[in-house]
Design a protein around this ligand. Structure first.
Ligand code: C2E
Ligand code: CA
Ligand code: CA
Length: 759
């Protein structure tokens, strides 16, 4: 008996010791409190061990002391533990002091007991022929018991209050400890009333100790965790379905049950509903896990889900089950779709924006390497005029109608969008490219609203995609380049890009940039081509522009005049030429030379300046006799604003300048013009006549023109005279002035002057 108990007690002490060390080392904040409590449990057991181990009175005394004082330490430790476990502090400092003084008092009475004998005494008894010492309690012992039981009871009450007041899921935490403490209390009471020296109840302490140790250091209440997790998961927006290893649904959260319309917790329904959801079967993947996007429903009711399957396996990679999550991202998706639409569609016309059109064309060209494509650049003619005349609102309407038109006429193979302003881009497979249809698309297209109406025509530049690697923007640049060659042309609607065009454009860009410097540095200068009379004597000269380029050398006007006529810079060139001519004339004036000079006026000049005023101003500046300056104007000048032009010509003539009709016979209505255009001289170009194969006819026409002009009181000058024959023939016809290679080519000023001396 004795040995058996001793062994149990020693094991208990060791066990408590080990628990104490583990608790101390654990990182949990309650660790020290548990460690102290576990250590305190060893004291009563140690006391008891001494009592049963030795049949000696002194050891019995020591044993009892250790036992009782150990009980106090244990209560003290239990208070600390309780406070820590329940997250409490002393409500009043006074209470703490009172309790501690009771412990002090208890300690004092035990210290005084050997002298005053009022706590307890001991008496020997024989059990199984062995002497033990039994406790004889006095008043002091009662105080001790009241103190310890009081505290014990208070702690029990505290735990009960905690258990009742805490949320349901935390109740377990308190009830477990409460039960342990109550069991400990019961076993202790058993000892008190049994009055045997061998306190079996201390074994109960150990059990209670282990219990407390385990629950406060190791145990994580799974029910709590379970509860928390499921509450958390239910509250999530995602729909979740958990399946066991046999693909049976074991749980779904509220959104999940709502999604598949599953009644209460009838997870049996999940399988069927899931099958219906994944018509055509669930997605498959190698790992078994996947993530897809799915939309359900149509129109306004459409909903978008991101569905994910995740496998759940334990640490040994054993399949435990899996779960499916459905994240409803309808709002985000709809927002995204709206944003994407806005970013990729023109806000006015609703068709693709330039950037998006380019992106789509790139994809298309890359995706169909065997298909040839045409890139078309549409430009609405005179759109600015529409805006100016009818207002921007109507202009916007016109653009919308054009977009609609393009949309309705395009097939699924065509990509189209608005480029910028009044320009639209189209990409169409070559096999479906129909230029006639393209032209019809927007020629004779009338937009009307209310009393406003306008006829729309377009110019189309086309680039056939030869180099597929070109950036789409460059392809459109080329189409636009083609378009720029027919801008302002009302006959031609479609122009096709070729490589020469590109070179031309680059050339145009280059010389346009270089012109201001060229004028400043006098790279531009007049060459003079002599004009002679019937006797071969020089009467004057025509000033013809040349550009002596630092890199390209001598450049005839054909290389640059058409370009500057297009971009308006011709006005700068001409003003410069007129000024140069006047400068030369003023030089001749000083040298008593009475030659005249003819200057050329481009029809475009009339758009950029007041031609008459400008010429008068320069002539005055150089103090020129107006009779020395002749002004060459082609009949094309009379194509627009005839009245105004006639006025300008008259203004020049009234100022004393002679006006010549240049290139007579080159146009369709030269003869007709003669009656409207008030000129002094007509300049007939031999080249136009000699082109004809019928020499006799040419001659007849020429003869008649000369006679006609004579009758009208207009002098005639023939240019392009290349042979002696031509010269003599024209002279016989009555022509009075001649110009041509037969006499001289256009010459630099000094050469001209030398030439004049020679002739
Ligand atoms: P244009 O006014 O009809 O000038 C006559 C052109 O015929 C000149 O060419 C001249 O070199 C050329 N020519 C003269 N005699 C003969 C000949 O016997 N046979 C042939 N085949 N050609 C002859 P150029 O100098 O190359 O000028 C070409 C055109 O450039 C001019 O035609 C004129 O329209 C324009 N141009 C020249 N200088 C100016 C200028 O200063 N201002 C403007 N606006 N245009 C100019
Ligand atoms: Ca001329
Ligand atoms: Ca001419």
């Amino acid at each position: 008996m004795r040995t058996a108990f001793s062994v149990i007690f020693i094991i208990a002490i060791l066990a408590m010791g080990v628990c104490s060390i583990i608790a101390q080392r654990s990182r949990r904040s309650i660790g020290p409190a548990v460690a102290f409590l576990m250590a305190s449990f060893t004291l009563p057991v140690l006391g008891n061990l001494l009592l049963i181990l030795y049949s000696n009175e002194l050891f019995a005394w020591i044993g009892y002391y250790i036992y009782f004082l150990g009980m106090d330490v244990m209560m003290f430790a239990l208070i600390r533990f309780t406070f820590k476990y329940c997250n409490m502090t002393w409500p009043y400092k006074a209470v703490e002091i009172l309790i501690n003084s009771f412990f002090g008092l208890d300690l004092l009475q035990y210290i005084l007991n050997p002298f005053l004998h009022f706590s307890f005494s001991i008496e020997p008894i024989i059990v199984d022929k062995t002497v033990y010492y039994r406790l004889v309690p006095y008043l002091g012992q009662t105080f001790h018991r009241f103190l310890d039981y009081g505290i014990f009871l208070a702690i029990i009450i505290l735990f009960i209050v905690k258990a009742v007041r805490s949320p349901r899921i935390y109740r377990e935490r308190y009830t477990i400890i409460l039960i342990a403490i109550i069991l400990g209390g019961i076993s202790e009471s058993f000892y008190i009333f049994s009055r045997t020296p061998m306190d079996i109840s201390v074994v109960g302490f150990v059990v209670v100790g282990m219990f407390i140790f385990y629950f406060s250091i190791y145990y994580r209440p799974m029910r709590l965790l379970d509860r928390m997790l499921s509450d958390y998961v239910s509250g999530m927006g995602e729909s979740l379905f958990f399946f066991d290893g046999n693909k049976k649904c074991v749980w779904a959260n509220d959104p999940g049950r709502r999604l598949l319309e599953i009644e209460a917790r009838n997870y049996e329904q999940v399988e069927g509903k899931m099958k219906a959801f994944f018509q055509g079967g669930e997605p498959q993947s190698e790992t078994g896990e996947w993530k897809i996007e799915r939309s359900v429903g149509e129109g306004a009711d459409i909903r978008y889900y991101v569905i994910e399957k995740r496998i759940l396996s334990d640490r040994k990679d054993q399949l435990e089950g899996y779960f499916l999550s459905f994240r409803d991202q309808t709002e985000e998706k709809k927002k995204y779709l709206v944003e994407k639409y806005n970013a990729t569609h023109d806000h006015l016309t609703g068709i693709y924006t330039k950037d998006y059109l380019f992106e789509r064309i790139r994809e298309k060209i890359d995706a169909h390497p065997d298909e040839q494509y045409m890139i078309c650049y549409f430009d609405v003619n005179d759109f600015k005029l529409v805006n100016d005349v009818f207002g921007n609102e109507f202009g916007d309407l016109v653009l919308c109608r054009i977009a609609k038109r393009i949309e309705s006429e395009s097939s699924e193979f065509t990509l189209y969008g608005r480029l910028i302003g009044d320009t639209f881009g189209i990409c169409v497979p070559k096999s479906r490219f129909n230029p006639k249809h393209l032209e019809d698309l927007l020629s004779h297209f009338v937009v009307s609203e209310g009393n406003r109406e306008t006829q729309i025509t377009v110019h189309i530049g086309v680039y056939e995609v030869k180099d597929r690697n070109l950036e789409i923007a460059v392809m459109f640049d080329r189409a636009r380049m083609a378009l720029s060659t027919i801008k302002g042309d009302y006959q031609t609607h479609i122009a096709y890009y070729d490589d020469k065009m590109r070179e031309d454009v680059l050339w145009a860009q280059r010389i346009t940039n270089e012109l201001p410097k060229a004028l400043e540095e006098k790279q531009i200068c007049p060459y003079l081509q002599p004009i002679v009379g019937p006797d071969g004597r020089i009467l004057g000269a025509e000033a013809l522009v040349r550009w002596i380029h630092p890199e390209f050398g001598y450049m005839p006007p054909a290389k640059f005049i058409p370009i500057f006529e297009k971009n308006g810079m011709i006005a700068d060139v001409d003003k410069y030429m007129w000024r140069s001519a006047c400068e030369i004339l003023s030089g001749w004036k000083e040298n008593q030379k009475d030659w005249f000079l003819s200057i050329n006026i481009s029809p475009k000049d009339f758009f950029f300046m007041d031609v008459a005023a400008e010429i008068k101003k320069i002539a005055e500046e150089y103090k020129i006799n107006p009779g020395q300056l002749r002004v060459e104007i082609t009949e094309t000048v009379m194509m627009t604003e005839i009245e105004k032009r006639i006025q300008i010509i008259n203004e020049l003539r009234n100022a004393g300048f002679l006006v010549e009709m240049d290139d007579f016979g080159s146009g369709y209505s030269s003869l007709n013009m003669l009656k409207d255009m008030p000129v002094d001289i007509i300049k007939i170009d031999m080249a136009f006549l000699t082109k004809s194969t019928d020499d006799v006819k040419s001659k007849t026409i020429l003869k008649n023109i000369v006679t006609l002009s004579e009758n009208l009181g207009i002098e005639s000058l023939t240019e392009g005279v290349e042979t002696k024959n031509q010269y003599e023939m024209l002279r016989d016809m009555g022509c009075r002035m001649f110009q041509g290679y037969y006499f001289a080519k256009p010459l630099p000023l000094d050469e001209f002057e030398n030439y004049s001396k020679a002739s």
